[in-house]
Design a binder for this molecule. Structure first.
Ligand code: OFO
Length: 176
């Protein structure tokens, strides 16, 4: 059974993961309007992943006798200055998510809730990957600078990454 403190903290995280999904969805839609199909495919997929992060938490809370509350939808920014600013925003956002996950892990230790602590380790590792990927992309975009040809190839690379991730998702679904 979850303590009220842990239950509240998990629901806060549900809200944040839901917002991450909305945020990346807004970025994907903006990128699509800019003709950046690879960037938008990557971000649509990222938005779907965040929704799954939220869902995983909702189910966990319910399994442990709590109530995973579906959060209200906050509107994220509609337009963005550039592709680089999009990925800088993502990196900033993921750093905040990591720090909130760490806070959550801390709360489980204070409550001696080792089951939730164990469950959260998946999120701890996921954050390492998410931050590293965002950082890598920001570095690439810094190298590209204003080079339009570079941006074209970057967009294609992201499209390939999105297609590979979709394939991986299908593979792991078929395994279940
Ligand atoms: Fe859910 O990992 Fe990003 O926010």
């Amino acid at each position: 059974m979850l303590s009220p403190q842990v239950s509240k903290a998990l629901n806060k995280q549900i809200e944040l993961e839901g917002f991450s999904s909305q945020y990346y969805l807004a970025m994907a839609s903006w990128a699509e309007t800019q003709g950046l199909n690879g960037v938008s495919a990557f971000l649509y997929h990222h938005a779907d992943e965040e929704r799954l992060h939220m869902l995983k938490l909702i189910k966990f809370v319910n399994e442990r006798g709590g109530h995973g509350v579906v959060p209200v939808l906050k509107q994220p920014p509609v337009t963005y200055k550039s592709v680089k600013s999009v990925f800088e925003e993502i990196l900033k956002h993921e750093i905040k998510v990591t720090s909130d996950i760490n806070g959550l892990v801390d709360a489980t230790l204070k409550e001696k809730d080792y089951t939730t602590h164990n469950f959260l380790q998946w999120y701890v590792s996921e954050q390492i990957e998410e931050e590293a990927l965002a950082r890598q992309i920001v570095d690439k975009l810094k190298l590209i600078g204003d080079d339009k040809g570079g941006l074209y190839f970057f967009d294609r690379d992201l499209e390939t990454m999105a297609i590979d991730s979709e394939k991986e998702d299908i593979k792991s679904k078929n395994k279940k």
